[in-house]
Design a binder for this molecule. Sequence first.
Ligand SMILES: [Zn+2]
Length: 505
Amino acid sequence: MSRIIDTSPTPGKPPAMKTPRPFVRILALALGLAALPATVAVPALPAGDQGRRAFRPHVLVLAIDTLRADHLHCLGKSDIATPHMDGLAADGVLFTRAHSTAPWTLPSFASIYTGLRPYRHGAIGGDYARLPRETGTMAEYLRGQRYATAAWVTINWLNAQCGMNQGFKHFRFIGSTARDGTAQASAITHQAMNWLDGKKTGRGRRSKYRQPGQPFFAFVHWFDVHAPYTPPAPFDRMYYEGDEKAGGTPVLDLLLSNRNKARPKAQNAGMYDWLSGVTDLDFPVKQYAAGVSYVDDHVGRVLAKLKERGEYDDTLIILVSDHGEHLVDHGMYFTHKEPYQETIHVPLIIKLPRGVAHGRVIETPVSTLDILPTVLETCGLEVPGDLDGRSLLGLMRGEDVGGTSLLVSERGAAPDDFTKTLIEWPWKLMVIKKDGRVENRLYHLEDDPGEIHDVSRRHQQTAERLRERMWTLHDPESPLLAVPGEERPAELDAAEREKLRALGY
Ligand SMILES: [Zn+2]
């Protein structure tokens, strides 16, 4: 495999400025900030023959929720089997330093869809749990080019209430009620494979399915790596050989105590019920790994379907996760809360059509913000100039493209409770605001990959430079660039809220 190493510390080019809406401009002027547009409109389909291309690749996004980058065999976890992801990496380009924009589902996937960081796209949770309708999404861009668009998703954050169905003509939400360990991934995979075959399943108009000769964009979302870690046989005991209930202190004593820095609120305590009676902390760690191998098996099934149909070579395939997981890292257990590397360093594999750049490994730090521009350029479409991401196509081809990706991650939907990070590799600034206090931490990700030692005092100039750049990107007093007016927050009903609570949200 060829390796490209580019760890230039130069800051990424800031997004282009454009006249913002009036209230945004007022806010920006008051704060002395660079004002940016909150949304990016979908470009119109070019008229006439210009819009018809001889070759338009299919686009397949394989989205594996909660998958840490360090749990892929091809990314160094030699004791975990991920043969299908490894195979895809061998056929494509493997990014070893890909970062998500948030440590949880909604803002992260919204960034993948839009190429915008959470502060700009606006789907950040709390009172702002909806992607604004006017924001262009990957599905809308491709549907505008006459792609057949389809998605199969498994959690409410990706549902219509949060505006995340935008652009998908065929949209299936497969709920998280069946937690027997088999129903979800199997149902998702089964429906996706049928759709790829052009078979009609369930209700809905025939026109929502693939038409002969039509390129497709399919988004397949698996949730089975997420807690509770209950993969079905034969994966359920793949890596754990002991007796998880062999006496000793119940792990729930730890998880529900102050020693767990991600201790759930009282109403969410049920999120750990699946560990009732368990005394061995190694059990959930190994079961998480088993879930990774289980979903890898489903990745293999979808890829096999494409090969069987003769469409694998002509498909742009992207495998990515929205965030990772705290396993025991930073005193947090089996959830994803703060944007440390274990939650924002995600796997990213991009297989270009027709074997271009296959087998390449790229260590240049990149962002999931870069996925949409990469898809658009690969499909021969114009990339809007005011996205936060950049196309990785030139980098994958081995061209000297210069520049860097914008590496930001955010948690929090309130001006008095948030964490924001900015990486200029190998430096990472983490700003935490809580209880009226603001804390700035600086980590050196190569010398200290576990983010244990805050070196902001020892490297004051670096910390100050990153801190200044951070506040050119964000308003410290506002969770969003443009607080929506007419757009109301998503209204989830009581049953949906209960489901999310059981998962720890
Ligand atoms: Zn997620």
